[in-house]
Design a protein around this ligand. Sequence first.
Ligand code: ADP
Ligand code: MG
Length: 706
Amino acid sequence: MPADATAISLTTNIAELRGVGDRRAAAFRRLGIRCVADLLLHLPLRYEHELPEQSIDLINQAVPPEHGADRNLAVRGEVLTTRSRGSGRKGRFEATLHDGTGTILLTWFNAPWMREKLHPGATIRAWGRAKRWGDYVQMTNPKWEMYEEESPPEGRGERYRPVYPGHEELPSATIEKAVDEILTPALEKLEDHLHADYRKGAALPPLRDAYRMVHRPEDEEEIRAGRRRLAFDELLLLQLGVMLKRRHRRETLRAPALKHHEGMDQHIRTRFPFPLTDAQNAVITDLVADLTRQEPMNRLVQGDVGAGKTVIAVYAMLMAVASDHQAALMAPTALLAEQHLLSIRRMLEGSRVRIGLLTAATKGAARQELLQDLAEGRIDLLIGTHALLTEQVAFRSLGVVVIDEQHRFGVHQRATIRAKSGDPRSAPHVLVMTATPIPRTLSLTVFGDLDTSSIRSLPPGRQPILTRHVLPEKAPDVYRYVARRIAQGEQAYIVVPVIEESAAGLKDVESHHRHLAQGQLSQARLAVLHGRIGRDEREAVMERFRAGSIDALVATSVIEVGVDVPNATMMVIEHAERFGLAQLHQLRGRVGRGTKKSLCVLIAEPTTEEGGARIDALVSTADGFAIAEKDLAIRGPGELFGARQAGVAPFRVADLPRDLELLRMARRDAEAWVRENPRLLGERDALLKKRLLKAHGKALGLGDVG
Ligand code: ADP
Ligand code: MG
């Protein structure tokens, strides 16, 4: 046990603090708190605004006699009487409190335990809302604590009392006391990694002040200012890490600078069955600028479902092929890879471009031959799934890699594919495409190393998709309506959550297909599609659906990405509450691809608030960006887009999207910082660098940066 406060350092074990024995130290460890520094980093969840105590006499005069509004009050006094009335849920507990000037009534409803806790003679402090009832001013369900004479030396003025995250053995008040013990000596030893001149420019308080302000704020402004500094630090460290990583990659890796000229551009465009939109052309301009450089491109193209990203990928890949390099397109599902193969083959019919397909189903001799062709340059364009990432896959000269529907790939996979070019000092250009828009907030953090382009408008002639929520008992009406439109030549997708009958009582592909074939859709030509159907059959079904000889597909969510049949105008999703918001938006994106009016029906009986929120969000907007932001709000950032796989620690203080402005500032400053001092060398940035490596060195692989 340290003799005095000066013996407390940041590394002092928590067990050595006054009032913390072995048992309590173990309770602290459960929260990850082992030393003084950990305790300093253990920040309040929120604050209770404590009011200055008032004399009951004054309160009695001030609280109006009739129908006055509730007031927030704090009083201190001795409990005179207590009594319980009623029992169970209707019971209440009353106490009268006297402070020498007058008496006030305290009432707690539904709190039978109060009887054991509060007895006449106790001196307590109570605070909460008060209102006059007849002769008495009464506080209803006030908060309260035993008043200990010696505990608050400076008396009870207005203050913001921290509420620390704890657990049953370690309540907030105990943590508060421990923090009181260490705060002053710990702060003295805390060094700031930001320099005074920088801090002043950014209006950030010194680190010491910031910690004091969040632990022991004097007013709301201090809570805000302290939080702002600590949140900024977190965002800055992450941004610096991302920028250093990017800079390192740019300095050490080389990509083939691709050729590009007017003739090539014309040549590529003749392959597309339509003129590109302005939005598509703008993205291609970004791409061409990147691809003609020796720096490996690392670009994210965001565009809502159906925005037309495929042709952009094809453009980039054909630039590689025209420059005598290879290209690869990686998709998250075999179905999508196959669909890409078909549509790209159609586009390139009669050209010299040699295309291959590699999925988990490519096996045996066919696989060997494909791999050899690839290694020796007899394949120009390889389309596939995760299978592209396996070790045996080697290219002769990989110029461009397109990763479609990024959110299913983590950063590690991006790194693996980048290493496929053979030469350790060279890397292909990487283009990542996503239809599930990454909210701005996240694109700046987890994907902060990607340059981004967005396709903000859909190809011409699209009609908005009408989305409806329908309860299960009305499903027969929905299918009767679908049948009518099928009779007029339109097509439909019917999505159910599972392939086979399950215990959960969910609709499954097989029996729902049977049910519809014998019922409302008996006149329609139906087929089923799911992940367990072999490739040949799957391709055959898709071809027949595309050709119009199948009217409706009963499928699982395998059709979520990549299926593109403009004549399909109806989407029915059974048990829609079972699907994630982004997934529902993707599914809906399978319709509305042509010029006919499309419909999406969500059959659902949401049993949770979250499920209901997802359905509402989908019905109320068709904008993928808005949906992604809502998804973020409903689920929290950790769940989205591989943020977790990316290994980026969740923030302690920063909160997105609330701190978006701060994030922008961090990003701007990190960029400038790295430009000026790319390795963070020198005394001035030494501490910053140390803290950066500690926070993100491992996850971001910064080991070789400095
Ligand atoms: P995404 O991959 O962005 O979801 P796709 O590339 O599959 O979208 O394109 C969706 C549909 O829009 C396809 O049928 C495609 O042929 C069509 N399309 C794409 N670009 C255009 C365009 N500029 N004009 C007309 N139709 C287009
Ligand atoms: Mg696509």
